[in-house]
Structure formats: C-alpha cells, structure tokens
Ligand binder design. Structure first.
Ligand code: FES
Length: 139
C-alpha cells in the first residue's frame, strides 16, 4: 500500500471510531430525554387514589407517552402530559416547590401545568380523568 493510500485508510478508520464513540455516548442521552412512544399504548389508565398522596405526583404511560397525575396540597387532582412543550423532554416533579421542572432548558410549570419561567411556549397538555370507587381513570 502506498503512503497516500495508507493515510486515507487510517483516516477512514479514525472517522469510524469517532462516529462509533459519538453514537455510544449520544444514544443513551437521547433515549433518556426523548418522550416514549410505542404502538402498544394504552388508551385508558387506572390508578388507585391512595397511590397519589397530597403534594405528590405519579408518572405513568399514557397514549405512548409520559403523563403525570398530581394531587395538589388542597387535595385536588390534575392529570397532565409530562412532555415539555418546548422541545419534548420529560418534566420532573419538584415536591419542595410543588411544581414541574424541565431538566433540558430549565422550564418551570405550576402543578396545573402553567408555564412560570423558561422557554416553554405553552402549558402542559391537560388529560381528562374521572374518580370513582377509590380509583382515578385517565382517558
Ligand atoms: S425541552 Fe423543556 S425547557 Fe426545553
């Protein structure tokens, strides 16, 4: 193999290694931040009332994506999509501040899903639910 051919071959090998390492690092980050999707999505979800105490939030799968049920400190319930309206990251419940934080760009929402700061352009999507016989039915 001549000198130019060897250099080109090494360049291709190095490029392949860099691409492989980048994929190995970025794919898990993408899977963590991206909303879940799937065809086996459940249209209705039932959660026992006792699983959502006051001031707490319970995350669950709904329609192939992440959703959350919150029991506010006044005892009222809210069901929301947990997908941030900015770029689609999954929000986290902050028990101390009784609000949602999006870890991607520090968007903040109230327990009702209203944006209080950061880049999200609109509130979290509300989900319909009913409560009967100690069970909360979403959808
Ligand atoms: S994706 Fe949530 S603030 Fe950017």
């Amino acid at each position: 193999m001549e000198k130019g051919g060897r250099r080109k071959f090494l360049g291709i090998c190095l490029g392949g290694c860099v691409a492989g390492i980048a994929a190995a690092v970025l794919y898990p980050v993408y899977r963590y931040l991206a909303p879940r999707s799937g065809s086996g999505a459940t249209a209705r979800v039932e959660i026992p009332e006792k699983d959502v105490p006051e001031g707490e939030a319970k995350f669950f799968e709904y329609g192939g994506s992440s959703a959350v049920l919150v029991r506010k400190r006044d005892g009222s319930l809210v069901a929301l999509s947990a997908v941030c309206t900015h770029l689609g990251c999954i929000v986290q419940w902050e028990k101390d501040t009784q609000g949602f934080l999006c870890p991607c760009h520090a968007g903040h929402y109230t327990p009702d899903g209203v944006v209080t700061s950061g880049p999200p352009p609109k509130p979290l999507t509300k989900l319909p639910f009913t409560v009967a016989n100690g069970s909360i039915r979403i959808g």
